[in-house]
Design a protein around this ligand. Structure first.
Ligand SMILES: [Fe+2]
Length: 249
């Protein structure tokens, strides 16, 4: 290569790097100026309705409905940008069994106030699952951020010593932007299996919303592949986390 051609290549490369850098800055500024206010307001609405649930201004079923309405109008690209999904994908390894749980923070949202819900991003490799489990005294909602999932929900109708009686309610594919919610009174058990190479879900959960429900809000692991009963019900054995991950993780 001649000195002139070397210089030309170097300058062209420098320009491309600078152009890429400016593009990134431009995109970040655009995100800060245009999309961020929308997502900030969305989190504020979520926070307000959580307080209404805790203050008994909303029943859990009303909260579920409102949460689904709010989830349905989120700007998915903005939500993925806000939680930095691209960084999670680059830096966090998806486990060989079960799901990754990754955090994000609200520090940059002005005037959000006290946040009384938990949140996380779940990620799975293909054919791995957020294993079947129910919840006690918890409302929670999923939105698919990326990839495709097979999602199943069940109503938890009765609790026995070593089993639950459950009724299948949802059994279908979920694509980005699609959502599902849980409360103690509707669709209480969920199970999401990744069907694309990688797949990610946004999750918010509100624990201990009803002071009259006794017991802690941890996961109730369950095997929905139990004895079939009349009326489409299933006698679903209780499981340990270990046994559930071994069979479904
Ligand atoms: Fe859950």
């Amino acid at each position: 290569m001649t000195a002139d051609r070397r210089q030309f290549a170097k300058t062209a490369l420098g320009s491309l790097v600078a152009y890429g850098f400016l593009e990134t800055c431009h995109r970040n500024n655009l995100f800060a100026e245009t999309v961020r206010p929308t997502i900030d307001a969305w989190f504020k609405d979520l926070s307000a309705m959580t307080k209404d649930l805790r203050g008994r201004k909303l029943t859990d079923l009303e909260f579920q409905k409102k949460m689904e309405e709010l989830y349905a109008k989120v700007n998915l690209e903005a939500l993925c940008g806000f939680v930095k999904l691209d960084e999670i994908e680059k830096t966090k390894k998806l486990p060989d069994s079960g799901a990754l749980s990754a955090g994000f923070d609200f520090k940059k949202i002005p005037d959000l106030g006290e946040v009384t819900f938990g949140k996380q991003i779940f990620g799975c490799k293909k054919d791995r699952s957020i294993v079947p489990h129910g919840h006690l005294n918890m409302c929670t909602g999923f939105i698919i951020l990326k990839g495709e999932w097979h999602g199943r929900h069940y109503d938890r109708l009765e609790t026995g010593k070593d089993h639950y009686i459950v009724k299948p309610t949802i059994d279908r594919k979920f694509k980005p932007g699609e959502l599902s919610t849980i409360s103690d009174h509707k669709d209480n058990v969920h199970w999401f299996k990744a069907v694309s190479e990688t797949a990610y879900i946004f999750n918010v959960h509100v624990t201990g919303y009803d002071p009259e429900i006794k017991g802690n809000s941890g996961r109730l692991y369950v095997d929905p592949d139990g004895e079939k009963l009349a009326g489409g019900l299933v006698k679903a054995p209780k499981m340990t986390s270990e046994a559930c991950h071994k069979k479904y993780g």
